[in-house]
Write a protein that binds this ligand. Structure first.
Ligand code: SAM
Length: 461
């Protein structure tokens, strides 16, 4: 980026507040291109980026030598990987260190869209744990739901509530992640236009909002629970000063996160404890700050009221579509049903009706005049039964399917089947007698990019 665009006030603030800050090194790092990185989905193993260099603080993180046209890779749409900035993958290391026992854990990702941290958390949680992925801004929810749908974890609930509304449910969670909305200076190198929105006043307003969000987040955290706070801001007002505030106002106990010095994260000490900073002159990634704290005392959780709905027709679909498990089925919309693990069902019962829910567990689909229309996300779920017929396609047909255009593959068997690329499902087709195929990929998931001999030309923004 053109470093002349970086506000002088930001540089002055960093020089004043960060011990050892080198303006020259910081500016030089901002002249370099940002590294490209992805995080692989361990539940959907594939050949994608098999030989790529590892991100040291995240077992599934990989650096790519160059940026491919991600939109034209069917494996992205199948949920084999997520494109994510490397520094923010430090969350994986923080979870391993601060939450070593994750069986049965309930985790809330309070500021979740577009889903980078939620997909990472989902990969670290066992089947009997539950992730609630919440995003207050409704226009950002569809992308979050699409990304989590692709990722395919069955033990996820998506909600769209203001933190205060969520707080009304009480201390239900053993861990809360607050990846807070911030002034965004850590991402200037990736998105130089973000500079135009930066000001000291914006930093102050963001810090106020961060404190408001954390005050509510604290109410849903169980005593003994862990809160992980992160931002992509370089400003101490949004990072170390927030740690001080959490210690003073909430009584938060700071949790050190041991890590090798050669990773480059700077351990910074506030009065309220210790945080970890990534800055591009030291870490191969963008600007990021992360800290963990524990809640030492507070209210005990209220027991959840579990309401089971048993509908034999729906249950038969769960048994048909999904791998065997202790599935509970519940309506999640007009004529739409989902299958849930007992832990998801129990947490759903505790959240309803206070918290508006977008999705819970594995969407199964809906009854139709003749039979059942399976949900798109059932095809992408890692719980999909291996007995579901799969139509194996190559890259060209996979892209035609993703564009909702006619595929070249000839289909022999009639009925519902998943279109699978390199063994990973992309969505449903229904083959009609005579070989015609109906494509059930949701219109919103359709790729709009032109397929020009595999290089691709963007015609979407
Ligand atoms: N965790 C996300 C990820 O890894 O993909 C990125 C989250 S982004 C840094 C912050 C999120 O907080 C945005 O999605 C934004 O819509 C949401 N947000 C904005 N205002 C909020 C508020 N008052 N309370 C909670 N979340 C808010």
């Amino acid at each position: 980026m053109d470093t002349a665009r970086i506000p002088l006030e930001l540089l002055d603030d960093l020089s004043a507040r960060l011990p050892g800050f080198s303006r020259a090194d910081f500016l030089e790092a901002h002249t370099l291109p940002p590294p490209v990185s992805v995080r692989l989905n361990p539940a959907k193993p594939s050949a994608a980026f098999a030989d790529a260099e590892r991100v040291r603080w995240c077992a599934d993180g990989r650096y790519l030598a160059q940026r491919p046209v991600f939109t034209l890779d069917p494996l992205l749409h199948a949920g084999a990987y997520y494109v994510q900035e490397a520094s923010s993958m430090l969350l994986a290391h923080a979870v391993q260190k601060l939450l070593p026992e994750r069986s049965g854990l309930r985790v809330l990702d309070l500021c979740a869209a577009p889903g980078g941290k939620s997909t990472l958390l989902a990969s670290l949680l066992p089947q009997d744990a539950v992730l609630v992925s919440n995003e207050v801004i409704r226009t950002r929810v569809p992308l979050l739901a699409e990304n989590l749908g692709r990722w395919g974890a069955p033990n996820v609930i998506i909600t769209t509530a203001d933190p205060a509304r969520l707080a009304a449910v009480g201390p239900l969670f053993g861990a809360v992640v607050v990846d807070a909305p911030c002034s965004g200076s850590g991402l200037f190198r990736k998105d130089a236009d973000a500079v135009d929105h930066w000001s000291r006043e914006a930093v102050r307003l963001c810090a106020d909002r961060q404190r408001r969000i954390l005050r509510e987040a604290w109410k849903v955290l169980q005593p003994g629970g862990v809160l992980i706070y992160s931002t992509c801001s370089f400003s101490a007002e949004e990072d170390e000063d927030i740690l001080d505030w959490m210690a003073d106002e909430l009584g938060a106990e700071s949790l050190p996160i041991p890590m090798p010095a050669e990773w480059g994260f700077a351990e910074t000490r506030a009065r309220g404890g210790v945080g970890y900073r990534a800055s591009p002159e030291r870490v191969r990634g963008e600007g990021f700050f992360l800290a963990g704290v524990r809640k030492v005392a507070g209210e005990e959780p209220r027991p959840a009221r579990v309401r089971s709905a048993h509908n034999p027709k729906v249950f038969a679909q769960a048994e048909h579509l999904l791998r065997p498990s202790d599935w509970r089925c519940a309506p999640t919309g007009p004529d739409a049903w989902s299958a849930m693990t007992p832990a998801v069902e129990e947490l759903c019962a505790a959240l309803q009706p206070a918290v508006p829910m977008v999705r819970a567990g594995v969407p199964l689909g809906a009854p139709a005049a003749k039979g059942w229309v399976p949900a798109h996300d059932a095809a992408l779920s890692t719980a999909l039964s291996p007995d579901i017929p799969a139509l194996a396609v190559g890259r060209e047909d996979a892209l035609l399917f993703l564009k909702r255009e006619e595929m070249r593959t000839v289909v022999h068997a009639a009925g519902w089947q998943v279109v699978a690329y390199e063994g990973l499902p992309l969505g449903w087709v229904k083959a009609l007698p005579g070989g015609r195929l109906n494509n059930y990929l949701p219109k919103a998931s359709r790729i709009r990019m032109r397929i020009d001999g595999g290089t691709g030309t963007e015609d979407d923004s």
